[in-house]
Design a protein around this ligand. Sequence first.
Ligand code: ADP
Ligand code: MG
Length: 386
Amino acid sequence: MSEAVEHIKSSDPQAPVTRKGYLMSIKSGEPIDIKDCDVHGRCRAVTDFEKLNRIGEGTYGIVYRARDSRTNSIVALKKVRMDQEKDGLPISGLREIMILKACNHENIVNLIDVVVGKSLESIFLVMEYCEQDLASLLDNMVQPFSESEVKCIILQVLHGLEYMHSRYIIHRDLKVSNLLMTDKGCVKIADFGLARLYGEPSTTMTPQVVTLWYRSPELLLGSPIQTTAVDMWAVGCILGELLSHKPLLPGNTELGQLDLITDLLGTPSENIWPEFLKMPALENFTLKQQPYNNLKPKFQYLTAAGLRLLNFLFMYDPKKRATAEECLQSSYFKEPPLPCDPKLMPTFPQHRNLAQTKQTTGQQTNIELPTISAILGSILKKRRVE
Ligand SMILES: Nc1ncnc2c1ncn2[C@@H]1O[C@H](COP(=O)(O)OP(=O)(O)O)[C@@H](O)[C@H]1O
Ligand SMILES: [Mg+2]
């Protein structure tokens, strides 16, 4: 046994677990060794999975496409990022595991298992594999989604959200890169690293969540109370993005984001949002004055029902904002063009795997210049990641 382990054993049970870890005896309070054969407990080991390629890396983890050698099936393996942790699993990883385990719905990504690496420091979520995420799909697709395809995607997101919200789960980071799609056209909400449970009465949460572009006005204005309405605002942004084929409110800073929202929807007031003037951030600045709602000129080809839905999702007052259940009743989904059947959604090349294969095999003999759309796509993608 190494000196370091000896040291930890004898002196400081609170010290970071950097090797295989140890257990504390309930009887004596003394640390006890974990036998090699018990290191993984009842968890499967990640070595059971053959990593095929990296498909994503975001704020909280790296994601691989992998083959389960027991079942031969393809799965997604998400490594829980531990680097800043001193003593155990980061809260974001724990939350994600707990919440995904509690969810069982076809529009929420399925957590198959949690497996461990060599040391207790590496923990992986094994999830069903989805061929696409909407961000890389939007960046790479030649022809934008038709309106009936957009309706099909949004309806599935709403079904997933209705399920989550009825279980008091708020996602808090809905955006196109966290929406996955299978080759069968099934859309799945993923990345529950920021998700939280909320109860009545509402608890205080840190407002610095949700990527800027999809962030609701109450979060931007520093409201300590977050409800399921923050997810519904993000749905409005995603619907707008899918319909106009570009991000709807791509702000660079929080103030810039508020400016973009005000330009699109007009300045909020106490009349339409009674709590507006109590928002903490208004102590530091005032919003610019812009009296018009510009949704109609922005979405000229959208029907009255479509505009009603967008306006309902973009209610400034979170209490008045549409719920997932209400959106599902919207006449927008019942009028032509009708939402297409998920099974009829087109299939797309798997860009994430193609890019990786080229890189890893190094067999790219023809040096091809990237197309303009690819360059624009990668700039957009970069900004999305930021
Ligand atoms: N189950 C999955 N199937 C396919 N790709 C996935 C899956 N889960 C995640 N990904 C890919 O990995 C990326 C990052 O995963 P995500 O769960 O969003 O983690 P992060 O917290 O790092 O953003 C996603 O945008 C997506 O491209
Ligand atoms: Mg993500």
